[in-house]
Design a protein around this ligand. Structure first.
Ligand SMILES: [Fe+2]
Ligand SMILES: [Fe+2]
Length: 541
């Protein structure tokens, strides 16, 4: 039914209240236009603000009715329309229009969007809560956003460090420059540069929002010399020391680190299993091993004690690289048995469908998945991985993400930090102590290293990332009960200050590429945690 003049006025007023403008064309439409439907108007009101839109016209109104990926760039669409109206850059707008037209003919995706509520109900029923999953639409980035991103990181970690006893009197670097020689100072800085002198002393160039200062760590201070040697560029640390001729001689270095955590135990006996790096589609995907795992999780194989565990498995986490992807490394096509990414996800979903539906599958992507590679990585794009989204028990999150499981009215549940681990290669290559103690065989050491620095990839370029002006989402600002990763293809279990560190194994035999870069995969291992006792078993398939 055509909207009355009163109805139009009311709608425009509501939009203005939300700082939104309505374009003239929106109402000059026939009664078939979606804006005359109450449901569409409500949708427009709910979604326009979320998508950072300014002006709502007819295409936007009908596009909002269409199921679009969360990554759809609304502001860019709006900008392209403005350019189009000025007769400039017509092609971009046409491309958007064509895309929208195609999406409107795609009913399968639309159904899924409407099912979001169903997933939410399922999550409530099985005790899974998403604390953090990134779902911002990609926007154009400029240099200022990089600056703001690093300032935000500095401030987040500075806040952590300020709670430390040694940092109580910390002052800004600008104020240190005003101090006389031999004064005791404490400050917090981001490592801009690092150099080693002829005598093996270390010079850290540190900066905060007020300035920069050089800090000397002499070989005589053995303990902090060791820390400084291992320190990652762009990480944030606290320093105490004394001034001398515009530099600081450090007496102590303070890492943000995580405190000892209470070892939480679930009031009910339930288990969580952790798998990772399936690489479905690869010639090297170990289907027989994975079949064995599927049989086990269905209670069809295994010893009687294993079957007992199976009955109590309440959660399965999958830490990325579900499929092998396409074009991930040079010459990959020769190592693929399934050449198309959508077909890889179809096959992967067929396998995961065999996991009992009452067990939630909590899935984050990895660097082989069909999503942008920069972190935070959005969940796999629906366009390519629709069958995965259709699994009734799949809970898809970003990489990294924070998930809470098992909370009750009297128990806070466990916080799980999921991160695929793309930055690990860098820290293995660049941290002597990790390499000396086993490198690729010791995911636990890398995880510990990152927890101590409260960041999943402190050094610029140690992973690919999206600079977000408002927050650095790779800062570990919440201390997890479980820090779970993958990517290394070799399972490892450890405990650091009562945070359980789990790296999943893989379901792919060694590829030529892995051999070249020095990985030692150990496929078919599944860490299984008893959440009541916190005991962990690694099952072999
Ligand atoms: Fe992988
Ligand atoms: Fe990976």
């Amino acid at each position: 039914m055509q909207l009355t003049i009163e109805g139009k006025k009311e709608f425009i007023k509501e939009m203005l209240n939300r700082n939104l403008l309505v374009s003239e064309g929106l109402f000059n439409l026939t009664s078939q236009s979606p804006i005359h439907e109450k449901e569409t108007r409500e949708n427009v009101l709910n979604k326009t603000k979320k998508h950072n839109l300014l002006v709502v016209g007819e295409e936007i109104a009908s596009a909002l009715k269409t199921a679009l990926p969360k990554s759809f760039d609304w502001p860019e669409f709006e900008k392209s329309k403005a350019s189009f109206e000025k007769g400039k850059n017509i092609k971009t707008y046409e491309r958007f229009r064509q895309y929208l037209a195609e999406r409107q003919e795609h009913p399968a995706v639309k159904v899924l969007e409407e099912e979001d509520e169903e997933i939410n109900n399922f999550k409530r029923r099985v005790g899974v809560r998403t604390i953090f999953s990134y779902d911002e639409a990609p926007v154009k980035r400029d240099a200022q956003q990089f600056t703001d991103h690093f300032t935000s990181r500095y401030k987040s970690i500075e806040r952590i460090l300020r709670t430390r006893k040694e940092m109580q009197g910390a002052i800004s670097i600008a104020r240190i420059h005003q101090k006389k020689d031999r004064e005791r100072v404490a400050f917090i800085g981001m490592i801009k540069d690092k150099a080693i002198t002829k005598n093996n002393n270390i010079i850290l160039e540190l900066e905060d929002t007020s300035g920069e200062i050089r800090t000397f760590i002499t070989t005589g201070k053995q303990e902090i010399h060791g820390i400084a040697k291992e320190e990652a560029l762009d990480s944030v640390i606290g320093v105490t020391g004394h001034t001398s001729n515009k530099v600081v001689f450090a007496t102590d270095l303070v890492l943000p680190d995580i405190p000892q955590k209470e070892l939480k135990k679930s009031p009910t006996e339930e288990y969580a299993a952790f798998i990772s790096d399936l690489h479905v589609g690869s010639n090297n995907f170990l289907s027989e091993k994975f079949d064995k795992f599927l049989k086990w999780i269905n209670g069809r194989v295994g010893s009687s004690s294993q079957k007992e565990i199976v009955n109590k498995i309440r959660y399965v986490f999958i830490m990325g690289d579900l499929v092998d992807g396409v074009g991930v490394y040079p010459g990959q096509e020769k190592e693929l048995i399934i050449k198309g990414i959508s077909q890889q996800y179809a096959e992967c979903s067929k396998l995961l469908k065999e996991i009992p539906e009452n067990i939630p599958l909590i899935i984050c992507p990895g660097n082989h998945d069909a999503t942008r590679i920069s972190e935070p990585q959005l969940p796999p794009y629906k366009d390519f991985s629709l069958p995965l989204w259709k699994l009734p028990n799949a809970i898809l999150t970003s990489n990294p993400s924070y998930i809470n499981i098992g909370a009750t009215s009297t128990f806070p549940g466990f916080d799980i930090l999921m991160y695929h681990g793309y930055s690990f290669d860098y820290y293995i290559a660049n941290t002597d102590s990790i390499r000396a103690q086993g490198g690729y065989d010791r995911a636990d050491l890398i995880m510990r290293y990152l927890l101590k620095r409260r960041h999943l990839a402190p050094t610029h370029a140690s992973t690919l990332y999206i600079p977000d002006a408002r927050a650095d989402h790779l800062v570990i600002d919440r201390i997890p009960d479980f820090f779970v990763t993958g990517h290394i293809h070799k399972a490892s279990i450890s405990n650091y200050r009562n945070t359980t560190l789990i790296c999943g194994s893989c379901w792919q035999s060694t590829t030529g590429f892995q051999e070249k870069v020095g990985h030692h995969p150990e496929p078919g291992r599944v860490p299984v945690v008893n959440l009541k006792s916190r005991a962990i078993k690694v099952l072999k398939f």
